[in-house]
Design a protein around this ligand. Structure first.
Ligand SMILES: [Zn+2]
Length: 91
């Protein structure tokens, strides 16, 4: 998969998140704006290297996230299962 298609895939993904899951969206947006991985907290110097990291290291996490979105899991469940370990670690 080329870099541009990875980026546009991510944009499409966050766009649909924005409507249905505003809290998950703003969490991801904040992380991505800081070039920080939303799954493991690793920091990057550029967006493209974060995108590459997401689509190489976190394919399973992304699959889990999109599975939960497809199954219309609520936001709390998504945070509990996917993002909470990271948020706890940070505080
Ligand atoms: Zn990561």
């Amino acid at each position: 998969m080329g870099l541009m298609s990875m980026v546009s895939k991510r944009e499409k993904f966050t766009e649909s998140l924005k409507k249905k899951y505003p809290n998950v969206y703003s969490f991801l947006k904040e992380k991505i704006e800081r070039n920080e991985c939303p799954f493991c907290g690793e920091r990057f110097s550029a967006k493209w290297s974060l995108a590459r990291h997401l689509f190489t290291r976190h394919v399973e996490d992304l699959k889990m996230l999109s599975k939960m979105l497809r199954e219309k899991a609520d936001e709390k469940e998504i945070f509990d299962r996917i993002f909470l370990p990271l948020m706890v670690e940070e505080s």
